[in-house]
Ligand binder design. Structure first.
Ligand SMILES: *[C@@H]1O[C@H](CO)[C@@H](O)[C@H](O)[C@H]1NC(C)=O
Ligand SMILES: *[C@@H]1O[C@H](CO)[C@@H](O)[C@H](O)[C@H]1NC(C)=O
Ligand SMILES: *[C@@H]1O[C@H](CO)[C@@H](O)[C@H](O)[C@H]1NC(C)=O
Ligand SMILES: *[C@@H]1O[C@H](CO)[C@@H](O)[C@H](O)[C@H]1NC(C)=O
Ligand SMILES: *[C@@H]1O[C@H](CO)[C@@H](O)[C@H](O)[C@H]1NC(C)=O
Ligand SMILES: *[C@@H]1O[C@H](CO)[C@@H](O)[C@H](O)[C@H]1NC(C)=O
Length: 794
């Protein structure tokens, strides 16, 4: 079986979904926890009685802690505890507090034991819970016979079995149906990307035997992980052949990090090892001991002690769980890389670009845009930042409060530059310089004088200017809808508004490490996000530059948005695989489509300019017309829907349908940017963006509500991301959006939203069973809506 599978070409894709995909190996799997749940409006039983003494102004932190303590009676037992994560925050716009609890069992972190509690007006309005519910047993470090109930091996075995069933089916029928063919094709990609470790099996067993007594060091775990994770087969072989040599080169440095406060209120710290010189990596590997949960056959979960590793490589950034007792076993792995990113004086800039809203060069001409930054989102403009926060100036001597005025394409939100060599180094890469007037005005000629296609390098100045512009616009737009410093956005400097700093987006234009794609790596808050944009050569030569297609850039940047907002800014492992990984793709397509859409309704495709294909690179164009795009929840069961991009396409389509229902009811806003408040922080009353201000009983102004359907859906989608639990499925994400509307508008769109979701199969009676980390399972479309929505009045 392996020989057959391995002989197939590596075709895993990134932004692109079918044939254009460029090969990037990406491991991605882990358990679907059977007990994980998301509950909206938890019933007011004993829980509410103890946690809501009726006080709207009760300390939300105390409310959340009391709630979690009551929810988990097991804390009364020995060995169970938690800590309140430091990245918890109260959203200043919505007033909702988001608390993130991480579980502790016998003082070990349970890395996938999460409770997110959303508190509003002194009450818990929803929560997600994936805490381990079993006994706090003492892990038997010496039980070498321990068998992992789920791991890479069990997932790959299952997948291999299904693969052969399907093969047999298609051979028996004498001919392959297109659907079965598509499914086999996708499974092949997943197998290639995730299951080729077995070629090293024999060597790994040998190393295991030879190193029996010291196997539990983090260096062993990291090195063995690299054997599986390296996309370079010769490096894997090098490591297995010279294991001892590589091991002796690794040096370990330990640091203790403050993590938050635990159940008893005392401070909780985590010990992290930094492993230097691990081959195939580009920065020290971080390792910490933790538990992860593993589903067993009886429907429960057990705890497995692992090394949690953070491994930054050239094309991947992994968070992996490697078994402590048998470090040749990878229990779960998430790739943070996702494919297909007193007001001081500030400086404007002048950019010759395809203006915001124009998706690509075929949608219109370039124009000169003056000072396009949003003053609220970018108080220093796009080109200034404190010298102490500039990655390029760190070693220079400036006063600590010195504000640098940069004349190149970088600033507080993004460092945009060429990366033709496709390297990881970026600080000193070429950036155009707009001079003291910040005038970025360059020529763009798609053809050379003699009529041949121009090498994209010849218009690199235009490309970088466009990438800098689009990335900053996305930063500013998402900021205005609440992706701010506290909730983990990407900025070098946070203006004292909370969250972690030094994490602007690194944007590589015309990145030489690939073609026909794009990708984004999202580490936790406080570390730079990294976006790589490629040129497209589907006609055999590079002739279109993905940097110039705003939809692709927006898709990539939206990975950063959804990853940081789901499950809290410090957890980048919440959208790894399956439905949650798919939605990670879908939000990007949906937001890109919403940003380009116009008042007159139209269907839209993704990537059609870069790929030079009318219908783009997804299976269907986004359309409210069921004939043109028939995707429903049940579509995920079909052949060909085993990858995150296909799953995401269905999610984006459902959101597109929901969005257009809202537009039908509330109309369409010509801009998605809210008006800038005046010096007193007041939005001008005569704006056409928000509904008229309203006030609560105490005379306090309530949160402003976007008036139109397209702006409202953007707000609900972002608010929903903050409410939903780590590793959400479609149901949880839907519920979170409906709850977001409840908080923002008092639930006036409750029935509209349910009806729209139900139209595409996500009604109250939709069901799913048997999901795997990648896809599959059995889904039933549900078209029913809550009983209060069944009358025609709504
Ligand atoms: C940066 O520009 C601002 C606005 O023009 C100006 O007030 C400030 O002095 C400049 N800073 C430096 C270091 O040039
Ligand atoms: C931009 O460049 C074009 C052609 O080089 C020139 O005609 C135009 O005046 C310039 N605009 C600005 C604002 O510099
Ligand atoms: C056209 O010009 C480009 C560079 O401007 C050159 O590389 C190419 O060889 C030329 N082609 C022909 C047919 O002359
Ligand atoms: C980019 O702009 C700079 C400065 O205007 C110029 O020197 C350089 O030749 C340009 N690069 C290309 C490839 O046109
Ligand atoms: C893009 O596609 C059109 C239509 O198929 C074709 O005429 C054109 O030559 C293509 N562009 C390139 C650069 O190949
Ligand atoms: C939906 O699309 C089909 C196929 O293009 C078309 O025949 C039909 O009229 C469309 N329906 C609506 C309501 O526009």
């Amino acid at each position: 079986m392996q020989a057959l599978l391995l002989s197939l070409a590596l075709t895993s894709s990134a932004f692109a979904f079918h044939e254009h995909g460029q090969s990037r190996k990406s491991l991605s799997f882990g358990p679907i926890l059977p007990h994980a749940q998301f509950i909206v409006n938890p019933s007011s039983s004993s829980l509410a009685a103890t946690t809501t003494p009726g006080a709207v102004d009760a300390d939300p932190r105390q409310v959340a802690i009391a709630f979690v303590n009551e929810l988990n009676a097991q804390f009364a037992q020995d060995g169970h505890s938690y800590w309140v994560r430091e990245d918890s925050y109260t959203d200043p716009a919505s007033g909702v507090s988001h608390f993130y609890f991480r579980q502790l069992v016998r003082d070990f972190e349970v890395a996938d034991g999460n409770i997110n509690v959303n508190v509003y007006n002194g009450k818990v309005i929803s929560y997600g819970d994936s805490f381990y519910k079993g006994d706090a047993f003492i892990f038997d470090f010496d039980d070498l016979s321990y068998k992992h109930s789920t791991s890479q091996h069990t997932y790959c075995d299952q997948l291999g079995q299904r693969y052969f069933e399907l093969q047999a089916l298609s051979f028996n029928n004498g001919q392959q149906t297109p659907l079965v063919g598509a499914q086999i094709n996708q499974m092949t990609q997943i197998i290639d990307a995730n299951c080729d470790t077995s070629r090293h099996r024999a060597q790994l067993e040998k190393i295991k035997a030879a190193h029996k007594d010291e196997l539990r060091s983090p260096a062993h775990a990291a090195l063995l992980f690299m054997v599986s994770a390296s996309p370079d087969a010769s490096l894997s072989r090098e490591i297995t052949d010279n294991f001892q040599t590589y091991l002796s080169q690794i040096s370990v440095q330990n640091e203790v990090h403050f993590a938050g406060s635990d159940a008893s209120g005392s401070q909780f710290s985590r010990s992290v090892d930094y492993l230097h010189n691990v081959p195939g990596t580009v920065s020290p590997v971080k390792a910490r001991l933790a538990y992860v949960q593993s589903p067993t056959e009886d429907g429960k979960t057990e705890l497995v002690l692992v090394w949690k590793l953070e491994v930054e490589m050239h094309n991947n950034w992994y968070e992996a769980a490697v078994s402590l007792v048998d470090p040749t076993v990878i229990v779960e792995v998430v790739d943070w890389a996702s494919d297909a990113g007193a007001t001081p004086e500030r400086l404007g800039g002048t950019y010759n670009v395809w203006k915001w809203g124009l998706n690509d060069p075929e949608c219109g001409e370039r124009s000169i845009e003056n000072s396009p930054y949003d003053e609220v989102a970018s108080p220093l403009g796009w080109h200034s930042l404190p010298a102490s926060k500039d990655a390029k100036s760190r070693n220079r001597r400036y006063a600590s409060d010195h504000i640098l005025n940069v004349t190149q394409t970088y600033g507080n939100n993004v460092y945009a530059h060429e990366d033709w060599e496709g390297r990881n180094e970026w600080l000193d890469n070429y950036r155009p310089d707009g001079g003291k007037n910040l005038n970025f005005n360059y020529t763009y000629d798609l053809k050379t004088k003699n009529g041949s296609w121009a090498d994209p390098k010849s218009y690199i100045n235009t490309t970088i200017t466009q990438l800098f512009y689009t990335t900053n616009m996305v930063h500013d737009l998402y900021y205005r809808y609440g992706f701010d410093e506290l909730s983990g956005n990407f900025q070098q400097y946070n203006f004292g508004k909370g969250g972690k700093e030094n994490d602007a987006v690194i944007a590589n234009a015309q990145d030489g490490s690939g073609y026909n794609n794009a990708n984004f790596m999202t580490p936790p808050d406080g570390q730079n996000g990294r976006m790589r944009m490629y040129t497209w050569n589907v006609h055999g030569f590079p002739y279109r530059d993905g940097d110039l297609e705003a939809g692709i850039v927006i898709h990539e940047l939206s990975h950063g948005l959804s990853t940081r907002l789901t499950g809290g800014p410090a957890d980048s492992g919440c959208l790894g695989w399956g439905e949650s990984g798919g939605m990670g793709e879908g939000w990007g397509d949906f937001l890109a489509t919403t940003i380009r859409s116009t008042e007159d309704y139209s269907d839209y495709s993704m990537g059609s300019w870069a790929a030079n294909e009318t219908d783009g690179i997804r299976n269907y164009v986004y359309s409210t017309n069921m004939t043109i795009n028939p995707s429903t929840y049940h579509t995920l069961d079909k052949g060909g829907y085993w990858g995150v991009h296909a799953i995401g396409e269905v999610w984006a389509e459902i959101l597109w349908v929901v969005s257009n229902k809202l537009i039908k009811k509330h109309g369409w806003s010509s801009t998605l940017f809210p008006p800038v408040p005046d010096a007193n922080g007041k939005v001008p009353e005569d704006n056409d963006f928000y509904r008229p201000a309203t006030y609560d009983a105490t005379g306090k102004p309530k949160r402003l509500v976007p008036k139109h359907g397209n702006s409202l859906i953007v707000q609900l989608v972002l608010d929903g991301m903050k409410l939903q639990p780590c590793r959400p499925g479609f149901f949880e994400a839907r519920d979170a959006i409906i709850q977001a509307d409840d908080i923002l508008t008092g639930g006036e769109n409750f029935c509209l939203l349910w009806k729209a979701f139900a139209k595409r199969g996500l009604g109250v009676d939709a069901t799913v069973t048997g999901r795997t980390p990648w896809g599959g399972g059995v889904r039933k479309d549900g078209h029913a809506v809550p009983h209060q929505c069944t009358s025609d009045k709504h």
